[in-house]
Design a protein around this ligand. Structure first.
Ligand code: HEM
Ligand code: HEM
Length: 182
């Protein structure tokens, strides 16, 4: 397996980015939901800080990922896959890219309109050129509190697709994103 994608499988960089981002997003969903049920205080502030820091790293990884994707080929759908499935798969993949970026942008706007920079685990913070505003802050909070639901729904569809292809159709779709195709 080389670093680049081939017609048969994803390369090592695409795989590493896919799985790091997936772990990051599961952590973000967990921490985001966890803090939403908490009273204001040090613990909530701390969880938000960790959530924001992981999110900033995910934003960086997603940016590299999308650039890398356009620099190479993408493995073709299995030739035996019915057209409605290749279409659904393509739609879900692009839906994931769009909704993930939108959720990242909304989170960044929540923080920036609150007058803060994007946190990076206390090492430094990245200021955005966005004015502080109570109204805008609340608006972006509303967006951010909504968008994780369609994102979670897309992830469920995506994982069901992977399970279906691997265990029922028994093709290489999961292997080419994990251990590789012989
Ligand atoms: C794919 C990326 C992200 C996911 C899946 C995600 C998920 C979530 C979830 C589920 C919540 C709880 C929402 C609720 O109360 O119902 C939340 C809250 C929050 N997130 Fe994110 N988030 C992401 C990116 C970001 C980014 C990039 C930042 C900023 C650097 C951020 C900052 C915040 C803040 C400050 C809150 C608390 C404010 C609020 O309740 O709206 N998030 N996030
Ligand atoms: C937050 C979680 C996840 C996100 C955002 C995500 C996103 C994506 C995206 C955007 C692609 C398309 C890559 C491309 O061609 O550019 C992809 C491919 C893939 N993902 Fe995920 N993924 C996630 C979790 C998972 C999980 C948990 C599994 C396994 C159970 C999985 C299995 C796969 C497989 C097998 C492919 C390759 C599909 C193919 O070759 O057609 N993903 N993922």
């Amino acid at each position: 397996m080389g670093i680049r994608n081939s017609e048969a499988e994803y390369g090592s960089l695409a795989k590493a980015l896919h799985w790091l981002v997936a772990i990051g997003i599961f952590a973000l969903l967990y921490l985001g939901i966890e803090q939403s049920g908490m009273e204001r205080g040090d613990e909530k502030t701390y969880i938000r800080f960790v959530h924001g820091s992981i999110a900033t790293v995910v934003l960086a990884l997603m940016t590299i990922r999308i650039v890398w994707r356009f620099m190479g080929t993408t493995p073709a759908h299995p030739a035996t896959m019915p057209a409605w499935q290749t279409m659904t798969s393509t739609l879900v993949h692009w839906g994931l890219y769009v909704v993930v970026f939108f959720q990242l942008a909304a989170g960044a706007m929540v923080v920036a309109t609150g007058g803060k920079g994007l946190p990076v685990f206390g090492f430094f913070s990245i200021p955005l050129p966005v004015a502080e505003s109570r109204d805008a802050h609340e608006w972006w909070e509303g967006v951010h509190e909504f968008m994780w639901k369609p994102l979670a729904a897309l992830i469920v569809l995506h994982v069901l697709g992977a399970i279906y292809n691997h265990f029922i159709v028994k093709n290489d779709v999961l292997k080419r994103m994990t251990i590789g195709v012989k």
